[in-house]
Every structure is written in structure tokens, then in C-alpha cells.
Design a protein around this ligand. Structure first.
Ligand code: NAP
Length: 250
């Protein structure tokens, strides 16, 4: 019996990277996990297979966020496979390296559509499904606390909006014992960073140097923080921005 036995979780963007790490960890703690993905069905099935091989329970759920009606589609697929919801982790997001001077309107809209609008409407529809005592965990970024990284600024704006939303959720859902928190990773070794992070030993060392702990983060390290907030031990923490950067300056 794990601390989440009997609970059901939905993790968006759980086919790869941090989302996969979170899905695996919540399943190890006993939750049945809906492994959401956008287009990469094979990777989502791999996540499900890994969870099942470890003795857990999961199912894959594919809906491309940002398309019209995506939130309704996610919950229709979820309801067909699950009986109620206890934990929602809004993790799926897209990056950009287009800075203030370079980003065009289409890319700006795409960023906000996937990173901000999608979790907003997904969560609004989740609120009625979440059982009392439930958990909402929104994955932001350490980039929201810095003003110096021009190439991350538009992306950080989408995450800043998610943080405002999280504080609101904590206030309105608190009377039902539902907590809402933000987890902010620093640089994590996932597909989104692979090209530059793995381009040279210098790039890797430079990324590691951003963390006070002197290393690049792993999905499992973010998942452990999410797991605490999702667990019964996290019941008295809500409306918070939780640093999961390893003491990073960005
Ligand atoms: P990743 O490896 O690129 O994985 C992204 C996940 O999101 C995939 O499962 C992908 O699904 C899904 N996704 C992306 N766009 C989608 C869409 N339009 N509709 C549905 N699903 C979509 O990302 P990651 O590095 O693990 O990042 C996870 C979260 O952590 C994000 O919110 C990111 O902003 C945040 N974060 C990451 C870092 C880092 O250094 N990695 C740092 C700070 C914050 P498919 O597999 O189907 O494409």
C-alpha cells in the first residue's frame, strides 16, 4: 500500500521528461495515473508499460492541447476510464527561445495557448471532478523569478500567469480541502534541452553551475517534490511557489 493507494491522477505531458517522471512516481506511491500526451503515443505507451512493469496502474490519454475543445476532450477520455479525480498535474508546455525582439504574434499566441490557456480550461473543468482533499500541481519554471534571460522572457510570461492562477485556485478550492501549488524546476535533463545541453561537456558544466548543488536536475528530482505536495503529508501547503531548481539562480 502506497500513500496514494485509491487515488486517481492525471498528469499532462506525461509521455516524456518531467511529466513521465511524475507519472511514474505517483504510480509508485499507489495512484492510478492517466498518462496524457499530445502526439507521441508510442512514448506514452512506454510510460504506461514502465508503470505497469513496476506494479502500478496507468492508462494513456492522447489529446493535443491548444486545439479547440481540447479540455472537454481530455475529460471525456478520462471519464471513460476513471472514476473521479484526486490529483491534477498541469505539466505539458512548449518552450521558445525567441526573445522580445524576435518573437512573432503566431508564436506568442501558441505559447500562451498551450502553456496558459490549456491548463486554465482543463483545471476549470477538473474542479467539479476533483474529490474533496484533492491536489492541483502546476509546473512552472524558475525562469519566472528572473528578469535577465531575454530568450526565456515570453515563455516565463506564460508561466507567470499560471502562478497567478494557482494562487486563485488555492483560495477558492481551499474550503474543500483541495490544495493548489506551483512547482518551479530549473534546468532539467529532458528532450527540450537535449540539443544544447548535450552539445558539449562545457554546455553541461555551465548548466550544472546554475544550481547551488552543482548538477543538472533530473525528472525524478522534480517528481519527488510533486509527490510530496500530492501526498497526505502535503495537506497544509497551498498557494505556494515551490522551488525545485537545486538552488538555481535562473
Ligand atoms: P518535454 O520533455 O518537452 O515534454 C513535454 C511534454 O508535454 C510531452 O509529454 C509532450 O507530449 C507534452 N506536450 C507538449 N505540447 C503539447 C500539446 N500541445 N498538447 C499536449 N501535450 C503536449 O518537456 P519537459 O522538459 O519535461 O518539461 C515539462 C514541464 O516542465 C513544462 O511545463 C516545462 O515548461 C517545465 N520546465 C522544464 C524545464 C526543463 O529544464 N526541462 C525547466 C523548467 C520548467 P508529446 O510527447 O506527445 O509531444
Amino acid at each position: 500500500m502506497g500513500v496514494l493507494t485509491g487515488r486517481t491522477a492525471l498528469v499532462t505531458g506525461a509521455s516524456r521528461g518531467i511529466g513521465r517522471g511524475v507519472a511514474e512516481r505517483l504510480a509508485r506511491d499507489g495512484a492510478r495515473v492517466a498518462v496524457h500526451y499530445g502526439t507521441n503515443e508510442a512514448a506514452a505507451k512506454e510510460t504506461v508499460a514502465a508503470i505497469e512493469a513496476a506494479g502500478g496502474s496507468a492508462f494513456a490519454l492522447g489529446v493535443e492541447l491548444g486545439a479547440p475543445g481540447a479540455a472537454e476532450a481530455v475529460w471525456a477520455k478520462f471519464d471513460a476510464r476513471a472514476d473521479g479525480l484526486d490529483i491534477l498535474v498541469n505539466n505539458a508546455a512548449v518552450p521558445t527561445s525567441s526573445a522580445f525582439e524576435a518573437i512573432d504574434e503566431a508564436e506568442f499566441d501558441r505559447l500562451f495557448t498551450v502553456n496558459t490557456r490549456a491548463p486554465f480550461f482543463l483545471t476549470r473543468l477538473a474542479a467539479g471532478r476533483l474529490r474533496d482533499g484533492g491536489r492541483i500541481i502546476n509546473i512552472s519554471s524558475g525562469a519566472t523569478r528572473t528578469t535577465a534571460m531575454a530568450e526565456l522572457m515570453p515563455y516565463a510570461m506564460t508561466k507567470g500567469a499560471l502562478e497567478v492562477f494557482t494562487r486563485y485556485l488555492a483560495r477558492v478550492l481551499g474550503p474543500r480541502g483541495i490544495t493548489a501549488n506551483t512547482v518551479a524546476p530549473g534546468i532539467v535533463d529532458t528532450d527540450v534541452n537535449a540539443q544544447w545541453l548535450r552539445s558539449s561537456d562545457e554546455a553541461w558544466a555551465g548548466a550544472a553551475a546554475f544550481s547551488a548543488l552543482g548538477k543538472v536536475g533530473t525528472p525524478a528530482e522534480i517528481a519527488d517534490v510533486v509527490a510530496f505536495l500530492a501526498s497526505p503529508d502535503g495537506r497544509w501547503v497551498t498557494g505556494q511557489w515551490v522551488d525545485a531548481t537545486g538552488g538555481s539562480l535562473i
